[in-house]
Design a binder for this molecule. Structure first.
Ligand code: FE2
Length: 377
């Protein structure tokens, strides 16, 4: 097993069995798992960067299968707590994606092929069995949406589902909101007309991260729910016209909602949002609440609108859409940062009554990570 300290002692390189990986001295000191540096009870760091000298070097290093990596630093501190598995897991000396618009390995892009088998689970199984809960949450992380069937016959059963994995975000629409036909709707969602694919409430910042829509009654003709993978659509846009992708990710759109007394919500964000390293972070798309775009230069506006139209057309394609008719006692949950939803128009006969709410995705991912950690113990 090779271990080499660089001539300037400011880094070392290790053969971890997965290839040579280099680590900087200041990085190793900063990430020490020693009880003087990291709390053994909550894992939080007990030192600041200023507690180590800026020019810290590695004076000696030993590596063994049994004891891991033992280091002595120039400030006299001794660290002997890096296991090989920890070093492999946290190695950063590898090529990173250079391109824009990539997705992480926990994301599976999809289109109409999921019509045959959308991710779905039964209420009782997910409530009673940890493995089923974990699988359902993994599906939400992977696909960005999932269905849940066989809910108990009471109108707030969908709120219990949120308790299984996290917490609700309350908004001006309340803890939850009704989606049903209304004579004088404050929002077009409350009419019987079809809706274009959209993410919810892009006029909020922070935007709702998850949405649950639960069906209490649906005896109408039509009113099918449709979900569309916005990350897949953005990827498609990039493949078909890189400049269009660049325009929608480079310039900010604006969104606004002031449809009720005392509420003026507005945001300024790109329709396709990337992380600093080019990873797809979020899509925001909603024709109803798009405000005048004023952050795009005059000489780019024509091309921007062409890109906007192109993106809209991709969302309309049959191969982008997964559809299902939600029956009473069923719900679906979407990652509102990624998956768009829409519905077809429905007739005035019969009733269509849905209830929705906005749980936060951090709680879901936390619960899932905790369930996955239990598995490895
Ligand atoms: Fe919506």
């Amino acid at each position: 097993m090779s271990l080499v300290i660089a001539d300037d002692k400011k880094s070392l390189s290790l053969d971890l069995g997965t290839g040579i990986a280099r680590f900087h001295a200041f990085w190793l000191r900063d990430n020490s798992l020693h009880p003087d540096t990291k709390s053994t009870s909550n894992g939080q760091r007990l030192i600041t960067l200023l507690d180590q000298p800026a020019d810290i070097t590695i004076e000696s290093a030993e590596l063994s299968d049994r004891n891991g990596l033992k280091l002595v630093f120039s400030d006299g501190s001794i660290v002997h707590d890096f296991s090989l598995s920890w070093l492999v897991e946290h190695s950063y000396d590898q090529a990173k994606p250079e391109t824009k618009g990539w997705v992480n390995e926990q994301t599976r892009l999809w289109g109409a092929e999921l019509n045959h088998s959308p991710p779905s689970a039964a209420y009782n199984a997910v409530r009673d069995d940890k493995q089923s809960l974990k699988q359902w949450l993994q599906d939400i992380r992977y696909y960005g949406f999932a269905l849940l069937t066989e809910l108990p016959d009471h109108p707030e059963a969908f709120l219990e589902v949120v308790d299984w994995f996290g917490y609700l975000r309350e908004t001006n629409y309340g803890r939850y909101f009704e989606v049903r036909s209304e004579v004088n709707p404050v929002n077009l969602a409350y009419t019987s007309q079809g809706l274009q694919a959209h993410t919810d409430n892009p006029y909020r910042d922070p935007v709702p991260t998850l949405q649950i829509l639960a069906c209490l009654e649906n005896s109408t003709d039509g009113g099918e729910s449709i979900v569309i993978d916005g990350f897949n659509a953005a990827t498609q846009l990039q493949q078909e016209n890189p400049e269009h992708f660049e325009l929608l990710s480079r310039y900010c759109a604006r969104f606004k909602y002031a449809g009720e007394s005392g509420v003026v919500l507005s945001s300024k964000r790109p329709m396709i949002e990337l992380n600093a390293d080019g990873e797809l972070l979020a899509v925001r798309f909603n024709n109803r609440s798009a405000a005048p775009f004023v952050d795009i230069p005059f000489d780019k506006m024509t091309a921007y609108y062409e890109a906007y139209r192109h993106f809209s057309e991709i969302l309309e394609r049959e191969e982008s859409c997964v559809s299902f008719k939600l029956e009473a006692g069923q719900l679906f949950i979407v990652n509102n940062l990624r998956v768009m939803h829409s519905r077809t128009a429905f007739s005035g006969a019969g009733k269509r009554w849905l209830r929705g709410c906005y749980p936060d995705i951090d709680g879901l991912l936390s619960t899932l990570a905790s369930l996955e950690a239990e598995e490895t113990l």
